[in-house]
Design a protein around this ligand. Structure first.
Ligand code: BTN
Length: 334
């Protein structure tokens, strides 16, 4: 079944044009050949080339000389991603936007309209990217990964936060495989490198008291950002900043989705321990870290003391009490 065409998603033929260019990078292709291969008129080809240019794809050339790309664009269009995701549950229904408000907002709508499990919503740019606690997620065009996965797991709502931690583990593994870097995981949803934020996960769900209808897992990773807005520059980083070179978002997203699928199947089969045990190994925040916890009501200091089976973080407070963090910000302190 072909994915439903959502308002604003990238026209399939426009995506085909980009794939054609990507597969023939640096070779000039005549407008006439493009028109024939995609099945549109030459004037349509010209208009679409202009649209690709508007969304930042550097297409060189003119109708009479032929068009070409200076280099393969790192765009996450369905065709390019699908080539890397053969046989994966996430390779079947990919909804791509050059620009949307929030991939979580789109995925939530898909969830309510019976879209099957495994759908992926991807944007090159978000105009209202959502972060945790009502914050905004900075989503500069074609530099980061902004993706949301739709899941329909047969779990109870209390287990859903484990999917956030699991997504962090999948992202950790994908980043390590591609770059050799080992991000830390700050409970529950932050990917950190050298004390700065590299990425975050925002899970939202629709559930009845005892059963989950669907869960959406939104993943944001700073990949090729060279600079951030002033208010973020001291607290955010990107893979490019940390490795000193640009990284393929396409490759990283494909790895991430494959890791996620493996982790998700393991979680459904083996339960929460498959997540909490790995999280405890990978995250320096799981135990023995002095932290400040801030929630709507209070702020306190303590030392992290392991995870509960449902993934909640325990803290040994300064007054000796062992408490469980249900919500709030946990930050390292001295
Ligand atoms: C956080 O605050 O750390 C969570 C950030 C989550 C950002 C991602 S980007 C893709 C998806 N769509 C959104 O609007 N948010 C998430």
């Amino acid at each position: 079944m072909a994915p439903t065409s959502l308002p604003g998603t990238t026209d399939r033929r426009l995506a085909s044009l980009l794939t054609l260019f990507a597969n023939n990078a640096t070779i000039a292709i005549s407008g006439a050949r493009i028109a024939k291969e995609i099945g549109v008129s030459r004037s349509t080809v010209w208009r679409w080339v202009e649209r690709l240019r508007e969304v930042g794809v550097r297409v060189k050339g003119r109708p009479n000389t032929g068009y070409f790309l200076e280099r393969v664009p790192d765009r996450l269009t369905p065709d390019l991603l699908r080539q890397q995701l053969k046989g994966s549950m996430f390779g079947k229904r990919i909804h791509h936007f050059f620009r949307t408000d929030s991939t979580n907002r789109v995925a939530m709508e898909l969830g309510y309209t019976n879209e099957p499990e495994g759908a992926v919503v991807i944007a090159e740019e978000q105009t209202a990217g959502r972060g945790r606690a009502g914050r905004n997620w900075h989503s500069e065009r074609a530099t980061g990964i902004y993706a949301t996965l739709l899941l329909r797991p047969k779990i109870s709502p209390v287990q859903a936060p484990l999917l956030t931690m699991m997504a962090g583990l999948s992202a950790h593994a994908a980043i390590q495989a591609q770059t050799g870097l080992q991000p830390d995981l700050k409970w529950p949803n932050d990917l950190m490198l050298n004390g700065k934020k590299l990425g975050g996960i925002l899970t939202e769900m629709h559930a009845e008291p005892t059963v989950v209808r669907f869960v959406i897992v939104g993943i944001g990773i700073n990949v090729n950002q060279e600079k951030f807005p002033a208010e973020l520059s001291a607290i955010a980083t990107s893979l490019r900043a940390e490795t000193g070179r640009g990284q393929s978002r396409l490759e990283l997203l494909a790895r991430l989705l494959r890791e996620f699928e493996t982790d998700y199947n393991r979680f459904l089969r083996d339960g929460s321990g498959s997540v909490t045990e790995r999280f405890t190994q990978v995250s320096s925040y799981a135990s023995g870290k002095k932290v400040r916890v801030t929630n709507g009501k209070e702020t306190y200091i303590g030392v992290t003391a392991g995870l509960r089976p449902e993934g909640l973080l325990q803290i040994r407070r300064e007054d000796g009490a062992l408490v469980t963090v249900l919500a709030g910000d946990v930050t390292e302190t001295r």
